[in-house]
Write a protein that binds this ligand. Structure first.
Ligand code: SAH
Ligand code: ZN
Ligand code: ZN
Ligand code: ZN
Ligand code: ZN
Length: 505
């Protein structure tokens, strides 16, 4: 119960007076590895109170870890915590799961069962324990090759909502990877890409691409060896398998002469871009270190799959990245699919540090090459002469606003009060909340009778504040676009912090 508000607050890190300070040496651990340090600021105070919270779980039901930074933790509590962390690890080790798998594939089809409730492959001597559970039988080799189809996507769980690539997008990614000459893929939170690669590798003799999956979803350890899957937390760069798993990853990243490595990641969404960026930088550093100088001036090639409205955040941490127009589609998300054929447009893009000119997007889906921008753009993205760029972010044709001196969404118009472009229905000078100056309903600040309209400093000051507020509202509206995506991005989504009573003891 304690510190529920903080847990919620951690969830909204980056908004509402909360900031992520990041992974710090000596941080206490929860079952998901080292906790992250946050700071909670209250109005009027410079220094906020710092606390540790779970890096992976946004819902306190999934991990209730919380500790003030300056809190004294007794030896007894430390011991209890250690025991708790130990007891909250998966019941089987990865090694044990690999053994089980070996036995499982030796079984005749009729004896191959998968318990849907426990999400587990069952060996015959375990059937009894699962008799009351729903199970699938006759699990084929093909099914074993596609665990992402067999396993239930964790879409309702806030902790690691899973949105699986539609086959078309997955195939596109793989074709792109192959055409660019990569032979090793570090799949971070991309189980479906991993399985497509593994599946081809086991069936096609001349298929040379290999993949290592890093994911927090331990269910995958039932299907892959320790060289194919590492239980990993991408919010704190934590390998659950310790030094051995670290070494597996390091070995994988070490490229032989003719082998080129690329990292592909599709993380859950949230305000924790910096936590992700910090982990990716560590993976990149691992890659760099394996080369003994060969990669000194280069950055590990990367595809980071993420929504377009995070462009500025990603570029903040990775200035070498650029955003591709390609719209990534998902299987288990009905609302956002590719714009063609009347389906909705996906807001998810590929961010990469490879040269945009080499990322060839499929012409049959309408993408074309802009010779001036030297990159492939979506069919609706027109080159703006004034901006000298193909400016659309969402795939629709954007229009240039001379007053804003930039291109804006087609549905926006220039609001003279806000002095920027916005939706017609935007909330500038909301009448229903009353006048900003006197608080009375029925008029707006600009026509407030209590003002002489000569521009007092108070008015100017408040006007500025108001504008800032409106900008904030706009930003929120922008985020509103992705509300339906909150599921996929359930980890640390930007849900407004509930004003719950602080029950911290
Ligand atoms: N589109 C991808 C799946 C993306 S969904 C595909 O089809 O392959 C996000 C993935 O990130 C899931 O596989 C989920 O298990 C994983 N994930 C969620 N939180 C994580 C964390 N803290 N660390 C590592 N992986 C995580
Ligand atoms: Zn945790
Ligand atoms: Zn252009
Ligand atoms: Zn323009
Ligand atoms: Zn306005």
């Amino acid at each position: 119960m304690a510190a529920d508000a903080e847990g919620e607050a951690a969830a909204g890190a980056g908004s509402g007076g909360l900031a992520l300070l990041g992974a710090v040496p000596g941080a206490p651990c929860c079952p998901h590895g080292p906790a992250l340090l946050f700071v909670k600021t209250s109005q009027g105070k410079d220094e906020g109170r710092r606390f540790y919270a779970c890096s992976a779980c946004r819902d306190r039901k999934d991990c209730k870890f919380f500790q003030w930074e300056d809190e004294k933790v007794s030896q007894t509590r430390l011991a209890a915590r250690e025991e708790y962390n130990g007891s909250h690890q998966p019941p089987c080790t990865h090694r044990q799961n690999v053994e089980r798998y070996k036995n499982f594939v030796l079984l005749p089809l009729s004896k191959r069962r998968f318990c849907q409730e426990c999400q587990q492959l069952l060996l015959p001597d375990e059937w009894e324990k699962h008799l009351s559970h729903q199970f699938l039988s006759d699990i084929s080799t093909a099914q074993l090759r596609s665990p992402s189809q067999l396993l239930y996507p964790l879409e309702n769980k806030k902790t690691n909502a899973q949105y699986l690539f539609a086959d078309r997008s997955c195939q596109f990614l793989l074709d792109l990877i192959i055409s660019l000459g990569f032979t090793r893929v570090l799949s971070v939170g991309t189980p479906r890409l991993h399985e497509m690669i593994q599946s081809k590798a086991s069936q096609e003799e001349d298929f040379r691409v290999r993949s290592l999956l890093l994911d927090i979803d331990f269910r995958y350890s039932q299907f892959y060896t320790e060289d194919e899957f590492c239980h990993y937390n991408m919010f704190n760069h934590y390998f659950f398998g310790g030094e051995a798993a670290h070494e597996t990853c390091r070995k994988f990243l070490h490229q032989e002469k003719d082998e080129r490595v690329i990292m592909v990641t599709d993380p859950p969404f949230g305000g924790l871009v910096e936590a992700l960026a910090s982990s990716f930088k560590k993976l990149m550093a691992m890659w760099k270190d394996t080369e003994k100088g060969g990669n000194k001036d280069r950055e590990m090639p990367t595809f980071w799959v993420f929504p377009y409205f995070f462009e500025s955040r990603i570029l903040e941490f990775f200035p070498s990245f650029s955003m591709m127009d390609y719209q990534v589609d998902y299987d288990n998300h009905a609302l956002y699919k590719h714009g063609k054929t009347g389906r909705r447009q996906s807001p998810v893009r590929i961010f990469t540090n490879l040269s945009p000119s080499v990322i060839v997007l499929p012409a049959e889906e309408g993408y074309r090459f802009c010779a001036i921008c030297q990159r492939y753009v979506s069919s609706g993205n027109h080159h703006c002469e004034i901006c000298n760029s193909c400016t659309s972010k969402d795939g629709r044709r954007w229009k240039h606003c001379a007053l804003c001196e930039r291109c804006v969404k087609p549905s926006w118009f220039h609001c003279n009060k806000c002095n920027c472009c916005a939706l017609e229905s935007h909330s500038c000078e909301k009448t229903n909340v009353g006048c900003f100056v006197c608080g009375k309903a029925g008029h707006k600040r600009s026509t407030c009778p209590s003002l002489n309209h000569s521009g007092t400093s108070l008015q100017a000051g408040k006007g500025r504040k108001r504008r800032q507020k409106t900008l904030k509202t706009l930003k929120r509206a922008e985020l509103g676009v992705c509300k339906r995506w909150a599921m996929k991005y359930a980890v640390f989504s930007r849900r407004k912090t509930k004003k719950k009573k602080d029950t911290t003891p």
